[in-house]
Design a binder for this molecule. Structure first.
Ligand SMILES: [Zn+2]
Length: 300
């Protein structure tokens, strides 16, 4: 396997069969810069979104259907971050954050999850259109960071013992982020269909300790191929399998036809009120900041 392809903007499936452990490892580089380029966020919000996009890549790459979509949404009432949305479709990532700049100015330089979200909620939705499988879990945004909040999502919502690590940092003016997700999934079990979970299975703490020893600098190092990093962490294991690498890219699905179809669903008087001085309705895409100008006549 040419390891150069396993350094940035890629997610890789991991399995340690003898320990019933499976998961994903991912590193993001240019894709983060591309998403952030559409916005003008302060560093603390950029870091948050970089970690959230990494989590989105880890979870989205678990989808079995190529058409499947995964959405991560964090919502709060009156906190610094009001809304954060990221989603994944076929290796394409997008995301944005709506926040209160005046409240962020009063926060510490390296704000914690609680500083940013107060008592908010994290919703994770998996949507697989072919099998018509839709699943949503909602948990409180608790823990020191986003990785811990996502870990408690799997513990509470899916009862799957999970380890999640996320890190993001700027190196030479560019963002790099990495993430590791490992789950204890005994052979043949399909996640949430299980009848009972053995949280005390001895294989799991062992894998959680090895996986948990990953350093932030290793996750974000664009010179360290992901398979080399897996070897560092798990070289004492009998067998570590990697699955086909999945390339990651920035992608937005907004298009003028979709914007028209949304506008067409508004009552006529509400659409009237949206028309600007130039006679057009202006709509901005929150994800990519694309701007659409639609003439009301197009909506008839
Ligand atoms: Zn867009």
């Amino acid at each position: 396997m040419p390891t150069r392809e396993l350094t940035t903007d890629v997610a890789l499936g991991v399995a340690i069969p003898a320990r019933n452990a499976r998961g994903r490892i991912a590193r993001l580089g240019p894709v983060i810069d591309a998403v952030l380029a559409n916005h003008d966020y302060p560093p603390a919000i950029e870091r948050l979104l970089a970690e959230a996009l990494t989590l989105t890549a880890l979870l989205g790459s678990l989808l079995k259907e190529p058409q499947g979509q995964m959405t991560l949404q964090a919502q709060t009432e009156g906190a610094i971050v009001e809304l954060m949305v990221c989603d994944y479709l076929g290796g394409e990532l997008r995301g944005y954050v709506r926040f209160a700049p005046e409240r962020l100015a009063d926060a510490p330089d390296q704000p914690t999850l609680t500083d940013l979200f107060g008592s908010g909620y994290l919703a994770i939705t998996f949507d697989q259109p072919v099998s018509k499988e839709r699943y949503q879990g909602i948990v409180p945004l608790e823990g020191r960071n986003l990785a811990e909040a996502a870990q408690s999502y799997f513990a509470q919502s899916e009862q799957i013992p999970s380890l999640i690590r996320l890190a993001a940092e700027k190196r030479g003016g560019h963002w790099f982020a990495g993430g590791l997700l490992l789950q204890h999934l005994p052979e043949g079990e399909e996640g949430r269909d299980r009848l009972h979970t053995r949280l005390d299975h001895p294989d799991w703490p062992h894998i959680a300790i090895l996986g948990g020893s990953v350093k932030r600098g290793e996750l974000t190092d664009p010179e360290l191929p992901l398979d080399d990093l897996l070897w560092r962490l798990f070289h004492e294991e009998e067998e570590v399998r990697t699955l086909a690498a999945l390339p990651l890219a920035k992608g937005c699905r907004c298009d003028p036809d979709y914007v028209r179809s949304v506008l067409a669903r508004f009552p006529a008087d509400e659409r009237e009120a949206m028309v600007g001085d130039d006679g057009l309705i202006k709509v901005d895409c929150a994800f990519c900041s694309s701007s659409f100008s639609i003439a009301p006549g197009e909506l008839a």
